[in-house]
Design a protein around this ligand. Structure first.
Ligand code: SF4
Length: 285
């Protein structure tokens, strides 16, 4: 399989490179990988060991992404990769987002073959989802370009924790996106989730100008569980565009987070303050 050159990196010295894809901006020595495990320094050049490696393929209702206002009632050919740019302790897809090396099964699919499979499934769109698709920016760009030339709509489901140059390239080929907004606190984003609130807000702002956009906030006890949190999330989104649909969903205990899930009435009560700022609140509880 021919691989395109890795993008979004620079040389720091003969031996060390810096990845510029996500806000961690890992400095990576020869033979090592960045924090995510998916981008590697091979003799002073960036390599992408998981290029075209697919973890999951399925056909899902578009509402499962979740997208409520884009191609409603249709199905979407859905693709997942491996690894993630963030470290959420409650990860709902940890088996593919944080896999142990022996649990990664090597199934690679050329971009052209992937799009052929999506067209054969007969869905109007292809969704890049389940794990963090933007981590595989080069393959994602290849797949999205091909999808668009062959008449498929492209859907991106992402944590939005990606730097502006890559975000612009990806969003320019995206028809619809759902972005997770996991906290209203910059401190929690850094210390608990391993991400950057500022980067995610910038991504949401960019996405709102490029494509159809919806946002998801997952109610997680101990992380995103107060009316103040949801009030701030509503306020942040309303500054960008008060008509952005906000999905509020309840987590289930998983990965390293065991606190019991909030019940339906708790989630509805938490969500209420966000509804004061936004026109489209969709509560999944
Ligand atoms: S994408 Fe991976 S290697 Fe690049 S900066 Fe982020 S965590 Fe580091």
């Amino acid at each position: 399989m021919t691989r395109p050159p890795a993008l979004y990196w620079r040389a720091l010295s003969d031996d060390t490179i810096q990845c510029l894809l996500c806000p961690r901006r890992c400095a990576i020595e020869n033979g090592q990988s960045g924090h995510c495990g998916a981008r590697t320094n091979f003799h002073g050049r960036m390599e992408i060991p998981f290029y075209a490696m697919v973890s999951s393929l399925a056909v899902d209702p578009i509402e499962k992404k979740p997208l409520a206002r884009y191609l409603p009632g249709t199905y979407s050919f859905s693709v997942g990769f491996w690894h993630c740019t963030m470290d959420c302790p409650f990860c709902q897809n940890w088996e593919i987002a944080h896999p142990k090396p022996r649990h990664v099964f090597p199934r690679s699919i050329e971009a052209s073959e992937l799009i052929t499979q999506a067209l054969a499934a007969g869905t109007p769109s292809i969704s890049f989802t389940y794990s963090e698709p933007c981590l595989h920016a080069e393959y994602l760009l290849e797949c999205m370009s091909l999808a668009k030339t062959r008449g498929l709509k492209t859907v991106l489901v992402t944590n939005g924790c990606i730097q502006v140059p890559a975000a612009r390239d990806i969003l320019a080929l995206t028809d619809a996106a759902n972005v997770d907004l996991k906290s209203s606190s910059a401190e929690k984003y850094v210390k608990v989730l391993g991400g950057s609130l500022e980067t995610v807000i910038n991504f949401i702002q960019l996405a709102s100008s490029y494509c159809h956009l919806e946002v998801t906030a997952l109610a997680v006890p101990g992380i995103l569980d107060s009316e103040e949190d949801f009030d701030l999330i509503g306020r942040i989104l309303s500054i960008i565009d008060p008509s952005i649909p906000l999905h509020i969903t309840s987590y289930h205990p998983d990965y390293r987070w065991n606190l019991p899930a909030l019940d339906a009435s708790q989630v509805r009560n938490l969500a209420r303050p966000a509804g004061r700022w936004l026109k489209n609140l969709i509560i999944h509880a």
